[in-house]
Structures are given as structure tokens and as C-alpha cells.
Design a protein around this ligand. Structure first.
Ligand code: 13P
Length: 249
């Protein structure tokens, strides 16, 4: 069976003092949640310090990485080897904010997934439809397109070391959560797409739900059969909220 993963995506939030306080708070509550894997993804400049403080009890990941195979003259970019060196095991790839604001098109996302894989970082591939796409009945087509771009470049075997996060864009930061049924339907579709290529890999791949997850809706979301945890934005910035979500897993 799949181990639950609860991941905090801090986005562009935090600072030295706030991060230290947050990690102290999570560490204080983490022993009670030993069966769930807990991950935080801080802004890159803080990863090193957060990873040292987390001391392996909380895992640490990047929010983005360069698709370049090798380090070099790419101003402002961060190579996966750098994320690894400062303690990351995971990295988000294709978050909707990257797709919408920074030009991370499907082919770029596929390249980033490849770059992460080649270094032994576990990519957390984010997929999800906009409200307009959902209302036009295109949810499954969008999910299939986003998944296929990565599958075509990397192959199904690469998903053995990966996590997929379903984050409907209309639910991110809006307070509108997908209903458990909407989440389960999308997750079952994603798992089916993977199963069509390799049933065993599909069965072992963790699928996270993201989008306005809070302590009071986490239990019902996490009890869906194909929801294996969550990718948490706003509610990952307060230790008590994040711990309550971890406890729901
Ligand atoms: P919120 O939990 O703030 O809606 O953000 C979700 C998200 O985008 C996590 O990656």
C-alpha cells in the first residue's frame, strides 16, 4: 500500500526567522504522525538552512529546477545537483503558477521531470485544469495532455520514482476545494492513464490532491481511495494547520 505524503509548498513566502519557527513547530508535533511522510518545499535560498534544522525528520524539496542537463551560464537558474547538495530529495515540477506565469509549457515540464529523474531527485509532477477548461468539459483531456508530455519524453518506467499532484487551478488559493468526488474522479483518471502503460507502477505511484486543503477538509479528501496525501499551500505556513493536515493522512 502507498504511504501518505503531505507536502507543504511554501511558494514565495517565509524568511529566516519565520522558517525556523515553522520548522520548530512542525518538529514538535511530528512524532505523533510517524506513518505519514512529511515534506516542505521552501524558497530555494532557504532550503539549506531548513534542511539542516529539519535533520531528516521532515523531508525537504525544491519548488522548481532548471531543465538544463549541466550547470553553466543560465543566469538565475538552479540546477538539480544544487538542490541535492543542500538536502532536497524531491522537487515540484510544472506547478500551475510556473505554467501560468513563467512559461513552463508541457515540453519544459517534461524536460524538468527528466532533469530531476536523471539526478535521483523525485519529481512531484503537478497537473490540473483551469475553471474554464473544467466548465468546457475538458478536464480529462487537459490531464491527459499534461501527463502524456511527460510520459512521451520520459517513459512510464520513470514514474516508478515520481509523485503526481492533481491541483485544479480553480481551487488553488481560492478557498474553493474540489469535492471529494471531483478529486477522486480526477485521481482515478490519472491512475488509469498510468495503468494503461504499466499497472504495477500505476498502483504504487502516489497521487496528491492540492488546492485549498485545510484541516477541516483534509480527512474527507484523504479518505478517497486514489488520494494518497496532499500538496498544501497556504495552510502549510502555520505549524498547527500543517500538523492537523498531516494528522488527517
Ligand atoms: P493552496 O493550498 O494555498 O490552495 O495552494 C495549493 C498549491 O498550489 C500547492 O502547491
Amino acid at each position: 500500500s502507498r504511504q501518505y505524503l503531505v507536502a507543504g509548498n511554501w511558494k514565495m513566502n517565509g524568511g529566516r526567522a519565520a522558517n525556523a519557527e515553522l520548522i520548530t513547530g512542525i518538529l514538535a508535533g511530528v512524532a505523533a504522525n510517524a506513518s505519514v511522510e512529511i515534506l516542505v518545499c521552501p524558497p530555494s535560498v532557504y532550503i539549506d538552512a531548513v534542511a539542516q534544522q529539519a535533520a531528516g525528520k521532515i523531508k525537504v524539496g525544491g519548488q522548481n529546477l532548471s531543465e538544463q542537463e549541466k550547470p553553466g551560464a543560465f543566469t538565475g537558474e538552479i540546477h538539480g545537483t544544487m538542490l541535492k547538495e543542500v538536502g532536497c530529495q524531491y522537487v515540484l515540477v510544472g506547478h500551475s503558477e510556473r505554467r501560468a506565469f513563467y512559461g513552463d509549457a508541457d515540453d519544459v515540464v517534461a524536460g524538468k521531470f527528466k532533469a530531476a529523474q536523471s539526478l535521483g531527485l523525485t519529481p512531484i509532477l503537478c497537473v490540473g485544469e483551469t475553471l474554464q477548461e473544467r466548465e468546457a468539459g475538458q478536464t480529462e483531456a487537459v490531464l491527459a495532455r499534461q501527463l502524456n508530455a511527460v510520459l512521451d519524453l520520459n517513459g512510464i518506467d520513470s514514474f516508478a520514482n515520481s509523485v503526481v499532484a492533481y491541483e485544479p487551478v480553480w481551487a488553488i488559493g481560492t478557498g474553493k476545494t474540489a469535492s471529494p468526488q471531483q478529486a477522486q474522479d480526477a485521481h482515478a483518471f490519472i491512475r488509469g492513464q498510468l495503468a494503461a502503460k504499466n499497472a504495477k507502477i500505476s498502483n504504487s505511484t502516489r497521487l496528491l490532491y492540492g488546492g485549498s486543503v485545510k484541516a477541516d477538509n483534509a480527512v474527507e479528501l484523504f479518505s478517497c481511495p486514489d488520494v494518497d496525501g496532499g500538496l498544501i499551500g497556504g495552510a502549510s505556513l502555520k505549524a498547527a494547520d500543517f500538523l492537523a493536515i498531516c494528522a488527517a493522512a
